[in-house]
Design a protein around this ligand. Structure first.
Ligand code: SF4
Ligand code: SF4
Length: 350
């Protein structure tokens, strides 16, 4: 737990992970980070031409159009490193504000080792995390009364969702859901394929899922030509096609080590409050089914999306892949995790 003022930050999901930023990557700069008012003042003093976009009361650093990087990225370096806003200082950590403040690791970041997931050594009870000191210190600086207010608002929204689902006889507590699904983990099956994923290129390059692939720009996945297209994005915007592949229409074969990693990842997702809170929010639009049933569905959908993206990456890397290896599954995790963390929840993001 990290504490300051009245707020406590739950850090148990960081346990077991090791992290070191890869200087050749830049994946997290293909984004529009949120900027707090005091950060805006510091930023514009250092970089007077910084372009901000305002949505409602929130300000964001503008990215370049057509899937380009943040406007402050120049030659793979941040022009505002000493005044970069909090999402950049805290990445690859992110905090869900719900019934508690729960920090989690963004596993799309290639600087984070995924080994603990397969070994059952991630989360509660695992060794202390390594390499996140600066990110934790940046998080600690933001705890205080303003966060208290946001947490109180989020908790109120959560109580409303719970009350509505209770009225309909569909509510089950998070702890119960986690224990039940943890006993027999729902894994993707034939009914989960082919997955409806990803958006079309024409929907906007900025909406496409991204991952780092040792190239100067991140790789985006788009739906196109009856299959999926992989595109290398450029910092200035636009994408160059790397290849096309048809995603699997049934569960691909997975080697035992790959399956262990897949299960470790799904358990990690189940432990995230944001995962449950996004499912509970979606349930308001559905007429039936309990929380446990819907969370089980969501885990299968996440697993299917992960395996589909892993299979497409494997096909493009080495032609037809018979069995997905642990390495392939790890690439699938990198390619899905940020998207699932970006889903709407009844909570908030710190
Ligand atoms: S995604 Fe991770 S490894 Fe890549 S630049 Fe960002 S923090 Fe570093
Ligand atoms: S402010 Fe700097 S670190 Fe943050 S996204 Fe922009 S270029 Fe990257």
């Amino acid at each position: 737990m990290l504490a300051r003022g009245s707020e406590l930050l739950d850090l148990s999901l960081l346990r077991g992970f090791r992290y070191a930023c890869r200087p050749d990557c830049g994946l997290c700069c293909y984004a529009e980070p949120r900027v707090e008012p005091e950060e805006e003042r510091r930023l514009t003093r250092l970089v007077p031409d910084a372009t901000l976009r305002h949505r409602g009361r929130d300000a964001f650093l503008a990215s370049r159009p057509d899937g380009g990087a943040c406007s402050l990225l120049a030659s793979h370096r941040c022009r505002a490193h000493d005044a970069r806003p909090h999402p950049c200082r805290e990445f690859p950590l992110t905090v869900h504000v719900g019934r508690r403040l729960q920090a989690t690791v963004v596993l799309s970041c290639p600087g984070v080792e995924l080994g603990p997931l397969a070994a059952g050594g991630a989360g509660e009870g695992a060794p202390a995390p390594v390499g996140f000191e600066a990110e934790l210190s940046a998080l600690g600086e933001r705890l205080g009364p303003a966060v208290d207010r946001r947490a109180a608002l989020a908790a109120r929204r959560g109580r409303k969702v719970e009350a509505r689902l209770r009225e309909e006889g569909r509510w089950e507590d998070d702890a119960f859901v986690r224990t039940e699904l943890g006993h027999v983990l729902p894994l993707p099956g034939p009914a989960d394929f082919p997955v409806e994923d990803p958006p079309e290129r024409g929907d906007g390059l900025e909406r496409l899922p991204l991952y780092f692939d040792h190239r100067p720009g991140p790789v985006a996945i788009a739906r196109a030509f009856g299959g999926w297209e992989l595109l290398e994005l450029a910092p200035a915007g636009g994408g160059q096609t790397l290849g096309l592949a048809v995603p699997p229409d049934r569960p691909p074969g997975v080697a035992p080590e790959g399956r262990r990693l897949l299960e470790g990842y799904l358990r990690y997702a189940l432990a995230r409050d944001s995962f449950l809170a996004s499912v509970q929010l979606e349930m308001l639009e559905r007429a039936e089914g309990t929380v446990r049933e819907w969370v089980g569905e969501a885990l299968r959908a996440l697993g299917a999306q992960l395996l589909s993206r892993a299979a497409v990456r494997a096909k493009l890397d080495r032609g037809e892949a018979e069995l997905l290896s642990e390495r392939d599954v790890a690439k699938g995790i990198r390619a899905v995790d940020q998207d699932w963390l970006d889903r709407r929840t009844w909570g908030d993001r710190l």
